[in-house]
Design a binder for this molecule. Structure first.
Ligand code: ZN
Length: 485
């Protein structure tokens, strides 16, 4: 058996002012061939899983592009055209593979192409009408008809934080291989939830929902159930949550299964809705801290949703309120990092922090800081892989410690701060720029986690979001998106 694999991902926030070009891929993950053998990047994880599975079965593996860019604005048209062509060229050179497995994000938008995943999968399908195509997606994806028509198997992550990237890759391999051998005949159904929301899977009642999805798999002909949460900060026609069910040879069962989960998700909508603190609430709770460590998540400025990670709304309020014993980060500010490295550890200097990329960043904050620590080419844990942070600096000013990085990324893990000698347990309040992924590493250490809405390019107040291209009513923009249909 000849297996062809590739991975291309980014999550496009169409409201982000940050363009995504070649540099964004090259500095995060771009390997032309065989990246699974050379890169520890988490997005190459499925390639590693697929390669291991195939090679242990004595099969041949042909690996094309492995690419990931930190979420931001749309990928430049030329970059998408070139990357797409690399995969197709490799496919043509591979002859006729028996199986094609793609690790894609699902919310990648390029200039002139709203649905990069559907574009790539349908181009492969056109070349190889009989091949088995399996696709793994982030659950923050847009599911297009074109993608589902092109692929035999579509599976999304189940967990947010995404702790099951490699486990879902194993599912894709197993189902695709069984399809190829004729052991199963996958029928795929997709039901549109017509919802915009954030679902946190460690918390009830979402936890039980995800467990029920897993429990349904393997029962009575149901092969796979995915809940694609969607990625709301994208004004594209396929924006919004969907349920995907795959049943063995039974389209009606797939449809019934997907509809049942869609109904359950809809019925839970008020219970699964986020409780967010306002900026003033967050500052108040920082000034009068409860016992133990509190993590405040700056959800609106999450680089993982394409924001600048240099928004200062919370930092400037903390400074103004004279908050103490606070650690905050990661601020993407390559200029400030450069000044800190030039000044050296232990030095004092006036430093202008953040507020640079666009209106969602707020105003820069000027502080007299001491440079506490410098870490060249730092990285942090994400899942089973590493996420680079570029050069990093920790600066202190009157009881507020700020972690600065030169390569934009959200705060995934406490070891991002530990790389700078900062132990989060030494603080009462830690502010992280992340919406949910941080919780995998921070929850075991924290007494409580609070989510704060303080401004930025990933504002989770979906009643205000403008999505004129969505093409259908979506909750909570309307109370009942199914009224009249
Ligand atoms: Zn995601």
């Amino acid at each position: 058996m000849k297996l062809f694999i590739a991975a291309i991902g980014t999550e496009t926030n169409t409201f982000s002012p940050i363009p995504t070009g070649w540099a964004a891929y090259r500095e995060d993950l771009f390997v032309r061939r065989d990246g699974s053998l050379t890169s520890p990047h988490w997005f190459a994880g499925p390639l590693r899983v697929w390669r291991r599975a195939a090679e242990s079965g004595g099969h041949e593996v042909i690996e094309s592009v492995a690419a990931f860019a930190q979420p931001a604005g749309p990928t430049r048209a030329r970059v998408w055209a070139e990357m797409r062509q690399m995969v197709l060229d490799d496919l043509d050179a591979a002859g006729t593979p028996d199986m094609v497995l793609l690790n894609l994000h699902g919310a990648m938008v390029a200039e002139g192409e709203d649905d990069c995943e559907g574009d790539l999968a349908s181009a492969i399908r056109a070349r190889l009408p009989g091949v088995v195509i399996g696709v793994e997606l982030d659950l923050h994806c847009h599911i297009s008809d074109r993608l589902v028509a092109a692929a035999d198997i579509v599976v999304t992550y189940k967990e947010y934080p995404h702790t099951d990237v490699d486990a879902r890759a194993a599912d894709v391999y197993r189902l695709a291989a069984a399809t190829r051998s004729g052991a199963i005949r996958p029928a795929v159904a997709v039901i549109d939830c017509r919802m915009l929301a954030v679902w946190r899977t460690p918390r009830e009642p979402v936890r039980s929902l995800v467990d029920a999805m897993s429990a349904a798999e393997g029962q009575g002909g149901v092969l796979s159930v995915s809940f694609a949460h969607g990625f709301p900060w994208a004004d594209v026609p396929d924006v919004g949550a969907r349920v995907i069910a795959i049943a063995d040879g039974d389209p009606a069962l797939a449809d019934r299964t997907a509809r049942a989960f869609q109904q359950r998700i809809w019925d839970l909508r008020f219970k699964t809705r986020d409780t967010l603190l306002t900026l003033n609430d967050a500052i108040g709770r920082t000034l009068a801290p409860e016992p133990g460590l509190t993590i405040f998540a700056d959800v609106c400025d999450n680089a993982g949703a394409g924001t600048s990670s240099d928004a200062t709304f919370l930092l400037s309020a903390l400074v103004e309120a004279r908050a103490r014993n606070v650690l905050t980060g990661l601020f993407w500010d390559p200029v400030a990092v450069r000044l800190c490295f030039e000044a050296g550890e232990g030095s004092r200097l006036p430093l202008r922090i953040g507020g640079k990329v666009g209106p969602f960043s707020g105003q820069p904050v000027d502080l007299d800081v001491t440079v506490r620590a410098l870490a060249p080419e730092a990285s942090q844990t994400y899942g089973t892989g590493r996420q680079a942070m570029g050069d990093a600096a920790l600066v202190s000013a009157d009881g507020i410690d700020v972690a600065l990085i030169s390569l934009r990324t959200q705060t995934f893990h406490p070891d991002a701060f530990a790389a700078l000698g900062a132990d989060i347990r030494a603080y009462r309040s830690v502010y992280v720029k992340s919406a949910q992924h941080f919780s995998a590493g921070f929850a075991p250490v924290a007494e409580r986690i609070l989510y704060v809405s303080a401004g930025g390019a990933a504002d989770p107040d979906f009643e205000r979001i403008a999505l004129p291209r969505a093409g259908r009513p979506l909750w909570p923009l309307v109370e009942d998106p199914f009224a009249g249909n």
